[in-house]
Design a protein around this ligand. Structure first.
Ligand code: PHE
Length: 358
């Protein structure tokens, strides 16, 4: 616990234990320099409660960078509800309401939204207690799920990455492996198929890949071996931490470009990718589409056209980052972090807030 807190440069984390369910609840606010800390609510089972807290803190930090790079007036935060296992609907609802109460106590300095294992219906539930939830269902006055636009942003990012790696943005015949056929991976696979790519999909849940196999005719690989499948683009769209010193040598791709948050086990993994000649699209840049959707529509009053412009901008930002990384001889992760921190440092510090650490 001490190590977790010492290694993190964020503002603070809230912790709670829900006695009836055995769930641990965390809200981490990494930075409010550019605006309220914003980031989704993740529901997941962890090996230990400390792993859940660590995940919330790291994901909150990624949100700070994501907002800065996307030019959105928000800081970085994240919540984790670390559940002991599958929940019955009543317990799940009660936990969400309790989470909403915690969010509400932060008075708008933390704004949440959907993330892994939470959706628009869950944001509607939070909204019974607090207005500080993005991504409510459209019927309930929200902008709906952010996942489809996360996929659109990721698609633009893949095109820009292929253009940089191969000198041609055309996806026709390119082998793209989408790891995780969930709310983001499934629509991404569809867009890639439409663009002429040869799409390969893996997921720990068999029904999800079966559905894509039936509707799109994608190739299917087992999750155990997906990482070593020969492809042009590996697109991690499931859980984080899939790129590690152990897995990177097994990759057989030219580009890594996917929507999963915290795809690297550590930022230094980006150097390993660079040394292996693999172009890496920094996750907090390529997966900014959800944030652009939620904050664009709900906080900035953007039109669909403006949101679409923001999503296209993800590809342009990546191209700039690739050029900056090449020019400076650094990893794309380092170049992207430099861009984010330049934007953060250009904003005036909040009185009393800790200095930015990077
Ligand atoms: N959870 C998504 C993400 O990580 C969407 C989201 C963005 C949720 C911003 C809340 C705020 O980008």
């Amino acid at each position: 616990m001490e190590n977790v807190l010492r290694d993190w440069g964020g503002e603070f984390a809230l912790t709670a234990y829900d006695e009836p369910s055995g769930a641990y609840m965390f809200i981490a606010i990494h930075s409010t320099r550019l605006g309220p800390g914003a980031g989704g609510t993740r529901m997941k089972t962890y090996a230990t409660p400390a792993d859940g807290l660590l995940d919330a803190m790291r994901l909150a930090e990624a949100m700070t960078l994501k907002m800065a790079v996307a030019g959105l007036p928000m800081g970085g935060g994240k919540s984790v509800i670390a559940v002991p296992g599958d929940l019955d609907p009543e317990t799940r609802r009660r936990l969400l309401l309790r989470h909403a109460h915690n969010v509400h106590m932060l008075g708008g300095n933390y704004r949440t939204g959907p993330d892994m294992n939470t959706n628009s219906a869950d944001m509607d539930t939070l909204n019974e207690v607090t207005p500080f939830a993005f991504g409510r269902s459209v019927d309930n006055g929200g902008s709906g799920s952010s996942a489809p636009d996360t996929a659109v942003g990721c698609f633009h990012g893949i095109v820009a990455s292929v253009a940089h790696a191969y000198g041609d943005p055309d996806l026709t015949g390119k082998r793209v492996l989408v790891q995780g056929a969930g709310a983001v991976g499934a629509p991404l696979a569809e867009m890639l198929v439409k663009a002429g790519a040869h799409v390969i999909v893996s997921d720990v849940t068999l029904e999800r890949v079966e559905a894509l196999y039936d509707t799109l005719g994608v190739e299917v690989v087992a999750p155990a071996t997906d990482i070593e499948t020969e492809c042009d683009v590996f697109a991690p769209c499931a859980t984080g931490g899939v790129l590690t010193p152990e897995t990177i040598p097994r990759l057989r791709c030219r580009v890594v470009a996917g929507a999963a948050n915290n795809a690297l086990s550590d930022p230094s993994d980006a150097d390993l990718l660079r040394e292996a000649g693999i172009l890496y699209a920094p996750d907090f840049v390529i997966n900014g589409g959800g944030a652009i959707h939620l904050i664009g529509y709900e906080a900035l009053g953007w039109s669909q056209e403006q949101v679409e412009r923001g999503l296209t901008g993800i590809g342009e930002t990546l191209t700039e980052i690739y050029q900056a990384a090449d020019a400076a001889g650094v990893s794309t992760e380092t170049a992207a972090e430099r861009l984010a921190y330049a934007r953060l440092e250009a904003a005036p510090p909040k009185p009393g807030a800790p200095a930015l650490r990077h």
